[in-house]
Write a protein that binds this ligand. Sequence first.
Ligand code: 3UK
Length: 564
Amino acid sequence: MARPLLFLQSLGPAETACELRWPPDIGAGVEMGMDDHTFRVEGSGSSSRLLFAPCFNVASYFIDRHVPQGRGDKVAILSDGGGSVTYAQLAQGVNRCGQALRELGLGRGDRVLMMIKDAPEFFYVFWGAVKAGIVPVPINTILRAKDYKFMLEDSGCGAVVYSPEFAGEVETALAQASPAPPHALRTEGQGITLASLMAQASDQLDLCPTSPTEECFWLYSSGSTGTPKGTVHCHRDMVVTSQFFAQGLLNVGPEDVFFSAAKLFFAYGLGNGMYFPLWAGATAVLSAQRPTPDSTFGVIEKFRPSLYFGVPTLYAAQLAALENGKRDLSSVRACVSAGEALPADILRRWVENTGLEILDGIGSTEVLHIFICNRQGQALPGSSGRMVEGYQARVVDNQGQDVEDGSAGRLWVRGDSTAKYYWNNPAKTASTMLPEGWLDTGDTYYRDAEGFFYYCGRNDDMLKVGGIWCSPFEIEAKVIEHPQVLEAAVVGQSDENGLVKPAAYVVLKNAAEACDGLRQELLRLCKGGLAPYKYPRWITFVEELPKTATGKIQRFRLRQQPQA
Ligand code: 3UK
């Protein structure tokens, strides 16, 4: 029998006036009378939603349920460093780690920063904290000391746990941070480490009685400009993305083996490589190596995953490698791409070379995972696909009015996994997290009559050329069609009249082939295949493109380059 719904208005100790609007009333509901730590799906299609018990700690579903369900001996994690972890061992490691953090003095709502490589201890710290009501903050492991110093100070964390591999930058930051966090621990090595504390800690841990909209974990968003923003997610959010994207769209099951080239510290990798497999009672393959074509193909051949998650730059590099020699991808049933738009040509060539589609989907740190995506058997080159169940989107003009299908506008999205607020940043919270639950993605998109969405660029990357909007991405996609091109980035630069025109920066598969003849060929390709005003007025061959740590092209850096 349906019970009356109550929506959580404001729960959790950290909520302040600016956060009270969030979560909005369309947020995932709470149903009184449900057993603690349970949830259920109600409705179907775009109106389906999840209802949660008022007392809900997400570690119950993702960690604690597996042993009672008879999955104790099943392998949860396979590491390329060797070794495997069963579901029973995982639950024990989580308990010991949560206890160790509690014994350090951390309590409900306190943050623990994690600079941890893709390995089982990432799971222990993340879930040990969540289960204890402590808030884990996975951090990009290839940042520099000055970035870490900012995050240490901004988060006001109670502890930092890091892999010895990253000690150089992390310890430099710790020495400079003011105030320094009370505790800093290496995961392993000499002296007191996470491993030594875990060895002494109890393997029993109570589940902290959190609520579904209480702070669960943060991720620092990897903006290509400005300082990173602590994006606060709550306990229900991983359930929502797992239900609607992993289950609903990828149809994940216990027999799946997941491998994500995108690392766990990235919202994309966190789902792909950690909580989707735990959702399905499946197996996660972890690699601590830098993702190169060779290392990723090596992992795929050795561990035979059924699901592979990459990013466009890596797919492009993998294709270049595949064109020089076959690799075995026979275990893979689906490939997913996100992080930036997948050029149509990469998808076509991947299908040609492997017989597999790549499902391109757009996600964000704020939404937590993918909310618009292509479906298996229907991947449309050049499109991000259609709405994922459980999410809604609008394409609007600068006044917030819906634009017609086929016209570009700002993409707004709504769904129950969106972040509650940005830590310490009410202005950015207010400009991104809008009334009625809408979230401004910062992207320009258009939607066609069939409901497919097409990426046009970040709002601030769009160019006006001769007064007409021009998507840098469309020009890049054209340049990439040339067989000698590996990657390209297009930005607006001023011509001799001070008018903005597209400039292309091109990375060749073989840098030695750069010459004027090739420049002319690329120009012909663009003039032939694009609206006349869109061809790049300058083509510069470069060794590599400036990128963020998560692989997004930093167009603002290219814009700063003087044009000859
Ligand atoms: C861009 C895309 C076109 C877009 C992410 C999957 O990338 C993720 O999160 P971030 O916060 O960046 C979000 C922004 O990246 N973007 C992502 N995917 C696509 N643009 N096509 C795509 N397929 O600008 C978006 O606003 O780093 C991706 C899952 C979780 C994620 N956090």
